[in-house]
Design a protein around this ligand. Structure first.
Ligand SMILES: Nc1nc2c(ncn2[C@@H]2O[C@H](COP(=O)(O)OP(=O)(O)OP(=O)(O)O)[C@@H](O)[C@H]2O)c(=O)[nH]1
Length: 216
């Protein structure tokens, strides 16, 4: 996907869209882990199989999600995973409110890179940025090299929520973005008497719900 024009508008909501606050969310991770595919699946509900075309630069998609009856506007930035674009993408971290950090469960080196990504995030992003770790390509079970427990352990070490996703089947894709939207909505509108929202607890409870009731 060629995303050289950062001002490009690639979908989103109606005419009143820009009158409202956009929550900037960035997808990061090694080249080929499935960032573009995850965004296309979330935005358009489809997966385009076939040859891999690496993202060039950075671009965004606007998307409105409804959480607890409230419209939350996400501006989701898809970055190029290739090393040569790193200095460009760092500049975008600073005003990000959320970062989805992906690895590919069939690619050990993409998992090994996660610590370096987190170091970069802590260096360039705001201290309170919401981070979520995603192990993508969960549909490719026969080629899996990273166990789900390893993803969970790493996420726990850094205190971030974790999900395995598939941009191909759509597994957990909506949940990942909805959890981010819920957290950002909670932070934006926090009232004194509002019960606190913990994104990690929410993700864990949703995971349990889907595994308990997948036969239904
Ligand atoms: N089976 C399967 N294939 C996937 C999945 N996600 C992505 N792919 C494939 O993996 C390849 C890379 O996907 P991209 O979405 O382009 O990866 P990217 O992270 O955006 O890569 P860069 O733009 O270089 O940073 C493509 O061939 C996709 O079709 C998935 O969940 N399951």
């Amino acid at each position: 996907m060629d995303l050289q024009r950062p001002d490009s508008y690639q979908g989103g909501a109606g005419p009143d869209f820009n009158q409202h606050v956009l929550h900037k969310t960035i997808l990061v991770g090694d080249s080929g882990v499935g960032k573009t595919s995850l965004l296309v699946q979330f935005d358009q509900g489809k997966f385009i199989p076939g040859s891999f075309s690496a993202t060039v630069g950075i671009g965004f998609t606007n998307k409105v999600v409804t959480v607890d009856g409230v419209r939350v506007k996400l501006q989701i930035w898809d970055t190029a995973g290739q090393e040569r674009f790193r200095s460009v993408t760092h500049a975008y971290y600073r005003d990000a409110q959320a970062l989805l950090l992906l690895y590919d469960i069939t690619n050990k080196s993409s998992f090994d890179s996660i610590r370096a990504w987190l170091t970069e995030i802590h260096e360039y992003a705001q201290r309170d940025v919401v981070i979520m770790l995603l192990g993508n390509k969960a549909d490719m079970s026969s080629e899996r090299v990273i166990r789900s427990e390893d993803g969970e352990t790493l996420a726990r070490e850094y205190g971030v929520p974790f999900l395995e996703t598939s941009a191909k089947t759509g597994m957990n894709v909506e949940l990942a973005f909805l959890a981010i939207a819920k957290e950002l909505k909670y932070r934006a509108g926090q009232q004194a008497n509002e019960p606190s929202f913990q994104i990690r607890d929410y993700v864990e409870s949703q995971k349990k719900r889907s595994s308990c009731c997948s036969f239904m």
